[in-house]
Design a protein around this ligand. Structure first.
Ligand SMILES: [Zn+2]
Ligand SMILES: [Zn+2]
Ligand SMILES: [Zn+2]
Length: 714
């Protein structure tokens, strides 16, 4: 075997270069969008918007168009045989009853590798292309001219890079943290350039191409050194070896599906695979995802010591706003601990040439040990009076910092591959519902913006409660977040200084309960309007459970809601297979909490919902008999096992380096809390604490105490 670099190239390049790039596929989509017609003018003003505006219709429409372009790109990548060396031919190795599953895993894997490459390209674009602006004074950004990037078509990156940027921004606190920490505040202040994105996506084909002169392509390729087309980039990624500092080459994916679809691709050893393992030809050091995470931690410690760049997870206050001097003491504790107390210990521990087996767990264990050391704590806190023990807020600040590393070796606060994959569910649903093809698009969007206003008021009136959006409300919420400064000012003004987060992972069972609660609040606030106007079995069950009660015990808004719910059946196309094209619960960030105390929780929840649904059915049958009509009999067995609140059943953990749809809260495992902080939150960003008493949360002073629907955390 010769030079591994050459071997990889010759093996994979052929397969990759045979494929036409996405942008050369120009056939029309099945149903051409109608939003370009005269009844739907959607040009976005270049002058910006008055500050009182929350979201405007044109932005929502362009957003939908972008999501459709991403959905089309995803379908194209999934269906491109042999891309990244992933062959459809492997399906034939499976028995007939497993072939459909194998085909789905192969498609999912292709997309996973594509997204991992997109994140890599985004990272280089972010670091090399975007201007720098360092400030934490958000109030000055609105007026400062240097804070406004004058986007033009020839500055646009390719669609895959925009897709990553988009998913990143839908994690508002993580995005703000990284813009602060990496001095990209003008990117934060400017937001997504909607007008240029709109002009860059062809209305009919949904192909993304910013300018006819290819200046955007030339600029991107010159500055980043990457090809405009993701699939034309190198089949391998070069990394520095931590053992000898020489360059090593990792294929993006290496291996085949294997013989069991349940663990498809789990053993693959490429950079975008779960079991990355590259042995350095020179020094034999093994690079794995674990060593990459430790290296990220080490390089962050070095940046703190050398350039005074704070550790990730230490920049925002518990409200999600930039920590200032008054409230930063606890938040910035990890920085103080590292600088004043344990710098040499940490540098030694994370030196992989000496301690090849160090992991983030090892680092966590050491940090816990330091917290128990009175002499270190006295030195760090510069006190001789106190006992020297660490306090709860200090522990929580350490946990917040560590949460940036468990599943993440990227330079960002979160794993962006997971962020893009979780958005995939939402992108698909938007594409399936097909508002973009509706002749009433503008009035539909105006209606949703109104619903979003009510949704926000529910959050304002119920601080600390999980509030879950429907898909239509979530579209508007996402659009709002894509103009970060406007969303920030709106949120902090309405919520007394709290920057509402989105997209924390949330346990699916709690998501369901919070959705039912939100539906009830919506009815109350609007005098009986219906939150989810969908007629799938799940939404019927939620409405039934919310509107139970008889006679004078029932409130006027519930009575109105019951009447409105009955009307739905007259107009709606009743969907009975458990799937719906209507905008019901938005659950793109639902995750499954492993080691949940009750493994049957999901079945119990489904059984409760079923019983409510049956009651609703009985009433609906009575109603249709009295009208003389015959409603189609609904067959329970056709209903899906998973409610629409469940995590995306199409995401399979073994396909990714980090599982995008699960968290593990078993004591002592990777990702679990610092000991002593369990009461405050659970694993890494798994904000599943919606049932916790309010005072526990405030006592804990955690950023992560929140309780998020599609993901709000307070
Ligand atoms: Zn080496
Ligand atoms: Zn529904
Ligand atoms: Zn969402």
């Amino acid at each position: 075997m010769g030079n591994p670099e050459l071997d990889f190239s010759s093996k994979h390049t052929e397969a990759v270069s045979n494929h036409p790039p996405y942008s050369s596929i120009t056939e029309s989509i099945d149903e051409p969008p109608t939003y370009g017609q005269s009844n739907a003018v959607y040009r976005v003003s270049r002058d910006g918007f008055p500050s009182s505006v929350v979201v405007v219709v044109d932005e929502c429409i362009t957003h939908l168009k972008l999501l459709s372009a991403i959905a089309k790109l995803r379908n194209f990548i999934k269906g491109t045989d042999k891309l990244f060396g992933i062959h459809d031919g492997e399906i034939r190795n499976f028995s007939n009853n497993k072939q459909a599953q194998a085909a789905a895993r192969i498609q999912e894997k292709r997309w996973a590798v594509y997204v991992a490459r997109a994140v890599d390209r985004f990272t280089i674009w972010w670091q090399s292309y975007l201007p720098s602006l360092k400030t934490s004074r958000i109030s000055t950004l609105n007026t400062a001219s240097e804070a406004n990037i004058a986007w033009s078509a020839n500055m646009m990156p390719p669609l895959d890079v925009i897709m990553v940027w988009h998913a990143f921004m839908l994690n508002p606190r993580a995005f703000l943290e990284d813009c602060l920490r990496q001095s990209k505040m003008s990117v934060w202040a400017t937001g997504l350039p909607w007008d240029i994105i709109n002009a860059s996506i062809d209305d009919k084909t949904l192909v993304f191409y910013p300018d006819r002169d290819s200046e955007a392509r030339i600029n991107f390729e010159t500055i980043t050194g990457h090809s405009w087309e993701n699939i034309h980039d190198s089949p391998a990624k070069s990394l520095p070896c931590f053992g000898c500092k020489q360059e090593i080459i990792a294929p993006w994916t290496e291996g085949s599906i294997g013989c069991d679809t349940d663990v498809a691709f789990a053993h693959c050893t490429g950079y975008a695979d779960k079991s990355l393992r590259i042995s350095c030809p020179a020094c034999k050091f093994n690079t794995t995802h674990d060593t990459l995470r430790v290296q990220k931690f080490r390089s962050d410690v070095q940046k703190l010591l050398k350039d005074d760049i704070p550790m990730p997870g230490t920049l925002l206050s518990q409200n999600g706003t930039p920590a200032d001097n008054e409230n930063s003491d606890n938040v910035s504790f990890p920085n103080r601990l590292i600088k004043e107390g344990i710098r040499s210990e940490l540098l030694q521990l994370t030196d992989l040439t000496e301690n090849e087996s160090t992991t983030i767990e090892t680092i966590r264990d050491h940090l816990e040990g330091y917290l128990k050391s009175r002499s270190i704590m006295r030195r760090v806190n510069k006190t001789i009076l106190a006992a020297g023990n660490s306090s709860m807020p200090e522990r929580i600040s350490l946990r917040n910092m560590l949460s940036r590393y468990w599943d993440n070796s990227s330079p960002f606060a979160i794993d962006l591959v997971g962020a893009v994959i979780r958005q995939g569910t939402f992108v698909d649903k938007m594409d399936n519902i097909g508002w973009i093809r509706s002749p009433n698009l503008r009035s539909t969007m105006s209606h949703f913006i109104g619903k979003y206003g009510v949704f926000f008021q529910i959050m304002v009136k119920n601080k600390g409660h999980a509030v879950v959006p429907t898909l239509d409300v979530d579209l508007i919420w996402h659009t709002h977040q894509l103009s970060p400064i406007r969303y920030y000012i709106f949120s902090t003004t309405q919520m007394e200084g709290i920057f509402i987060n989105h997209d924390d992972k949330i346990d699916e069972i709690k998501l369901n309960d919070a959705f039912a609660w939100t539906s009830r609040q919506y009815q109350k606030l609007t005098g009986g309007k219906i939150y989810s106007e969908c007629t799938c079995w799940y939404c019927e069950a939620v409405r039934e459970s919310n509107n139970q009660g008889l006679g004078r015990l029932i409130s006027p808004s519930t009575l109105h809601a019951k009447a409105n719910a009955a009307l739905l059946h007259n107009s709606a196309d009743n969907t009975t297979d458990g799937k719906s094209k209507e905008p019901h619960i938005s659950s793109h960030n639902a995750v499954r909490v492993l080691a949940q105390a009750d493994p049957k929780a999901m079945q119990t929840k489904t059984a409760q919902l079923e019983s409510c649904w049956e009651k609703a059915q009985r009433r609906s049958h009575n109603r249709s008999r009295s009208r003389g009509g015959g409603s189609a009999h609904e067959d329970l067995s056709r209903k899906t096992v998973y409610g629409p609140y469940a995590r995306d059943p199409d995401i399979h953990r073994e396909i990714y380096p980090c599982n995008p749809a699960c968290v593990n809260i078993t004591a002592g495992v990777v990702g679990n809390c610092m000991s002593g902080t369990q009461g405050v939150g659970l694993a890494q960003g798994a904000c599943v604490s919606g049932t916790m008493a309010a005072q526990t949360r405030s006592k804990g002073k955690s950023f992560c105490s929140g309780i998020a629907g599609c993901g709000m955390s307070l």
